[in-house]
Design a protein around this ligand. Sequence first.
Ligand code: HEM
Length: 517
Amino acid sequence: MGFEASSSSSSFLCLESMSITFCALFFSFTVLFSMFSLLIFILRLKPWCNCDVCRSFLTSSWASEFDNLCDWYTHLLRKSPSGTIHVHVLGNTITSNPENVEHMLKTRFDNYPKGKPFSAILGDLLGRGIFNVDGDSWLFQRKMASLELGSMSVRSFAFDIVTSEIQSRLIPLLESVADKEDDENGGLVLDLQDVLRRFSFDNICKFSFGLDPGCLRLNLPISDLAVAFDLASKLSAERAMSASPIIWKIKRLLNIGSEKKLKEAINHVNDLAREIINQRRIMGYSDKEDLLSRFMASIDDEDYLRDIVVSFLLAGRDTVASALTSFFYLVSQNPDVERRIREESDRVMGPDSSRDQLASFEEVREMHYLHAAVHESMRLYPPVQFDSKFAQEDDVLPDGTFVHKGTRVTYHPYAMGRMEPVWGPIVLNSSPRVPSFQAGLRVCLGKELALVEMKSVAVALVRRFDIRVSGSNRLPKFAPVSPPLSEAVSPLKYEQGEAADIRQALLFCDDENYPQY
Ligand code: HEM
C-alpha cells in the first residue's frame, strides 16, 4: 500500500511538473507568436501608406463613429468615386461597384477563383467539398449538385422537411412561451437567433443525410455534431484573422493552442460524419431521398462524401438562421409590413384559411410581397456580408482599377445594399447589384431552397405571433446575406403593378433604421 501510495504520489508530482513545464513553454510560444504577429502587422502597415483605409484610420474619428468593420468599409466605399477602395495592409481591393462584381463573378470568372489562401484556411474542415475547390473538381460537384437540387422531387422533399419542423417543433415552442408570464420579469423571452440556428441545423441535417439531430427540442442537450461543427467553423474562421497565415500554420505544425482545439473538433466532426455514412451504407440508400444517399449512388470515396456533406452543413445552417433573425428584427420594427404580410397570406390562402394552416409550396411562391420583404431584409443584412476571390493574372476592373496577380479582391454586398444608387429603386434578387446569394457562375446552389424555407417560416410565424425585440433596441450587427447575377433570375418576376407593393416592402430600408454615413 505504502509503495503504491508513494508511487502514485510521485507520478502525480511528475505529471504536475510536466504540466508546469508545458504551461511555461506554451506561454512562451504564445508570447512569441503575439510578438511575431505584431511584427508582421507593423512591417505590412506602412505609415506613409496613402490607401483609403490607412488614410481614414489616421485622420478620422472612425473608432467613435463605427463599431463594426462593415459599417466602416461602407462609409469608405460610399465616399470613393469608383466604389472601390484598397486596404494595402491586408493586400485587399474591396469593391461595391456592380460592373466590377459582374466582371469578377461572370465575365472574367476564370481569373477570380477562390484561390489557395482561402482553400488553405478552410481546407482542414471542408476538404475537397464544393465550397473549397476551383477548376474541374468544383465543376464536377457543381453539375452533380445542380442536377439534384434543381429537381422537383428534391424541392418537395426539402419543403416537407421544413413544414414538418415548423409544425411539430417551431410553432409549439413559440406557443409554449407566448403570453406566458415569468415571475420576475413579466413576459417570457426567447433567444430567437438561437432557436432559428437550431431550426436550420435540424433542417439541413435532415435534408443532407436524413438524420434528425433534434436540436429544436430545447429539453435535449444540443447534439454532439452541432457542438463540434460550431467549434470547428469558428476556429477555422479565426485563421483568417491572423496577421499572417504563417502564424496559424506554425501552430498547426506544433499542434498547439487554437489549432490543437481545431484538430480535435474536426476529428470529432469526421468521426460523426463517417458514422452517418456507414449507417447509411448498412441501411441501404437506394430508396432514400436525402442528398447523401443521392451522392452515394455515384461516389464511393468515403472522404469525398464526407467533404460534400460537411460543405452542405456549412452552406445551409447559419446563412438561413441569420437571414431569418434579421427578417424578424426588421418586421418587429415595421408593423405596417407585418400587417401587409398577414393580408397577403389571407388573400393567397383564402379568407377561410385557419391560422393553424400552413401555406402550401404553391401558396408560398405566390406571396410576392413576402418575397420582396425577405429580399429587402437580406439587402440590409446579407448573411454573407463580403466575399473574396484571388486574381490569377494581372487584370483591369471595369472602373479602371488595376489588379495585380495574386491580389485579394472582395465584393461587399453589405455596403452595396446600403447605396441606393447601386441597388436602384427596385431590388431584383438576381443581380450583381444586390449579390446576397453571390452571382454569376458560382451563384448559391441552395438559393431557391433557402428562399422557400425562409418564406415558409416567415409566413407561419407572422400569421400566428407578434414577435417583438425585447430589451435594448440595438440593430443586429453582423446578420448575414447576399443575392446573385443576371442569368439566375428568380422565377418570380415583378409586374409593373406590383412595384408599389415592393416599394412598400423596401421601406424597411429607410435611413432612420441604420447609421448615417
Ligand atoms: C439565406 C440563405 C443563403 C445565403 C444567403 C447563401 C449565400 C451563398 C453565397 C454568398 C454563396 C457563395 C459563397 C462563395 O462562393 O464564397 C453560396 C454558395 C453556395 N450555397 Fe448558399 N446561401 C444560402 C443558403 C444555402 C442553402 C440552404 C444551401 C443548401 C441547401 C446552399 C448551398 C450552397 C452551395 C452548395 C454553394 C456553393 C456553390 C458553388 O461554389 O458553386 N446555400 N451561398
